[in-house]
Design a protein around this ligand. Sequence first.
Ligand code: IMP
Ligand code: MG
Length: 180
Amino acid sequence: MYDYIEKVLISEEELKEKTIELAHMVSNDYKDKKLLVISILKGGFVFTADFIRALSIDVTVDFMSVSSYGAATRTSGVVQIRKDLDNDIKGLDVLICEDILDTGLTLSYLKKILIARGAKTVKICTILNKPDRRVADIEPDYVGFDIPDEFVVGYGLDFAEKYRNLPFVGILKPEVYAEY
Ligand code: IMP
Ligand code: MG
């Protein structure tokens, strides 16, 4: 069926189990807080949708779309905000929901912006983490899976905007990249 997939790294069942586990931890930690989940588009939307439905506490949700400009800003970590939040975050306990923490440049910049806007706390919840790739001084507060330094797709993650809809996390066959 998925003849472009070389290997399934994390199955649908494993993702489901882990997402519920993370939601239970967050529900416990944010019991008496004003939780705002910020989903980072586009990659974070699939995980966010599953994650918030497993929370047992009140939550509000907002969305942001960010992207890095190019080589120069890649090292400085400055990102462009393509879609900003709809609402004020002053005094809220913000939890950023991401698909993957890679170099960490995007989120370390974003975290500073959100703190400057008056968020009470800013934490990071990511379903995937590539610790070997880290450049910025940032660690996730909640992590689903640490994965090796390989390019993955599925569960929100894309290659050239495709494969976000796969219910699992997998690695593409080399010939798929060769087409580009
Ligand atoms: P960084 O942490 O600033 O390097 O940026 C992380 C972003 O890069 C993620 O939100 C993804 O959009 C993208 N990314 C990093 N690794 C992968 C991958 O293996 N597959 C697909 N997208 C990735
Ligand atoms: Mg992303």
